[in-house]
Design a protein around this ligand. Structure first.
Ligand code: ZN
Length: 317
């Protein structure tokens, strides 16, 4: 059973928003596009996992995607966590094409593709750290009567790499995605005793979901782009030019004549992804190029918000 779903990562949405809103000839455009392509490949890898996980019996296995938790000093992230009465698994998905070599001397993962070598941080170290952090988090955040059981519980994290070519020298905890279900069955045979009840799993899952903190990177700082370089206004969904004009309750494109009632929504989302995770009525008027406070209030009313009257601010959906 999936308790927490996988959403399109904010970082992908941020890079897509940047591509829409920086000038065509911006010096950072190719870097932003390259990063986006890598992140999309990673996301596709994570999505392909869902197909395999759908073969697990829903009653026995609880699945949580995209967890980001605070352990008292830093945040840690887990792509996919599977809880069962017998064991728990942390799955870290890597969608890396090419021939992979685990270099244990330098703790690197080396990928060879098209005769080029490239080093990546060793995912085994990353996953080991996640295991320790999750264990500490569970001990800190849940009643102590669980802790003994939990410590027995995620002894065998499982990691796999997805590769298109043959991998060489693959460590025990790395498998190809196609063998995942087989491996989970093997774990069930190796750990046949139920160490935790379904009720306890529900309680732990709930605590994990409640304590999940979405990550938000200041993307303009990251790419060294000034907010002044961001193109404001509502984009025409048909011919993609900026800005549309607000006329009699519609957005009208001065170039192709397209009319749209909801074209401001992606613009507000872009502001929240790029400029600041919250927007006021005044900021929305400036960004949407609309003068009326009432119009802006109406347009923003569908967004999650806090505060009242002039102090009201709106957030990302
Ligand atoms: Zn247009």
């Amino acid at each position: 059973m999936i308790i927490k779903n996988r959403l399109i990562p904010i970082r992908i949405r941020q890079n897509e928003a940047l591509i829409r809103r920086i000038p065509a000839a911006h010096s950072q455009r190719s870097t932003i596009e390259g990063d986006l392509a890598k992140r999309k490949a990673g996301y596709r890898g994570e999505q392909s996992l869902d197909y395999y996980l759908s073969h697990l019996p829903a009653k026995e296995f609880t699945i949580l995607h995209d967890l980001r938790l605070f352990n008292g000093s830093t945040y840690f992230q887990i792509d996919t966590l599977i809880l069962s009465p017998y064991f728990a698994l942390i799955i870290e998905v890597k969608n890396i094409l090419g021939t992979l070599l685990f270099d244990e001397t330098f703790n690197l993962l080396i990928r060879t593709r098209d005769e080029k070598e490239e080093g990546f941080p060793n995912p085994l170290i990353q996953a080991k750290r996640q295991k320790t952090q999750l264990k500490t988090w569970l001990i800190q955040n849940l009643a102590c009567r669980y802790t003994n059981r939990i410590s027995n519980w995620h002894k065998q994290p499982l990691y796999y790499l997805k590769t298109s070519a043959d991998s060489t020298h693959v460590p025990f905890r790395v498998i190809h995605i196609q063998h995942l279900i087989e491996k989970i069955k093997f774990f069930k045979q190796s750990y046949p005793i139920e160490v935790i009840t379904s009720r306890q799993i529900k309680k732990i899952s709930r605590a994990l979901v409640i304590n999940h903190v979405p990550g938000f990177l200041n993307i303009l700082d990251h790419y060294n782009i000034s907010s002044k370089e961001i193109i404001s206004g509502v984009q025409c969904p048909s011919c993609l030019i900026f800005p549309m004009r607000r006329i009699h309750g519609d957005w009208l494109c001065p170039q192709c004549g397209c009319k749209n009632k909801k074209a401001h929504l992606p613009a507000i989302q872009d502001y929240l992804l790029l400029i600041s995770p919250a927007i006021s009525n005044k900021q929305a008027r400036a960004f949407l190029h609309t003068a009326s406070e009432d119009t802006a209030s109406r347009l923003l009313s569908v967004m999650p918000s806090s505060g009242t009257k002039k102090g009201r601010i709106y957030f990302l959906q």
